[in-house]
Design a protein around this ligand. Structure first.
Ligand code: FES
Length: 167
């Protein structure tokens, strides 16, 4: 009957097919688009404060190792690099600390604290650095780098994970 509110079978199939197609496109399409653009929206942690320990856990007078990983996201490329260093508490004063990098300033090998030698030793070309990072022996052109740090009211130490040159 023309002029009635009934829809034809053909129109019903068109509307139903369109609705199902739209639903499938939404279910599959939205997550796909989110997946494709999300790497570009992720933040890079380099340069942001990073916790490395609590003051009460660090012995006074002996370099204490710490390490952290920075993941850099460049579009869809993600690279993780690990870094390390040593916290030297020089006295009871919470502000009297030095946060040294473990990267040798010669060719970037990792130095290790050697209690017997009382120095940081580099395994690559036998360099020796003092407890405070000064060059004592070997080819390094400059002292160990350090990290800018802060100690909060509860004694948590955070660093800005960007190595600074000594001096
Ligand atoms: S890399 Fe450390 S002495 Fe050469």
């Amino acid at each position: 009957m023309s002029g009635s509110n009934h829809i034809s079978r053909r129109d019903f199939i068109k509307v139903t097919t369109g609705a199902i197609g739209g639903f499938i496109a939404g279910v599959l399409g939205i997550p796909s688009i989110a997946y494709m653009i999300s790497p570009a929206l992720r933040e890079d942690k380099a340069g942001k404060p990073m916790p490395i320990g609590k003051l009460e856990d660090i012995p006074i007078g002996t370099p204490h190792p710490f390490s952290f990983t920075i993941t850099k996201v460049n579009g869809w490329e993600r690279t993780a690099a690990s870094y390390g260093g040593f916290i030297l508490r020089k006295s009871e004063d919470p502000n009297d600390i030095l946060v040294l990098s473990s990267r040798c300033t010669h060719l970037s090998c990792r130095v290790n604290w050697n209690e017997t030698a009382g120095a940081f030793l580099c395994p690559c070309h036998d360099a020796k650095f003092s407890k405070e990072g000064e060059v004592l022996d070997g080819p390094p052109p400059e002292p160990l780098g350090h990290f800018t740090h802060e100690v909060d009211a509860e004694g948590y130490i955070t660093i800005i994970p960007v190595e600074q040159k000594a001096g």
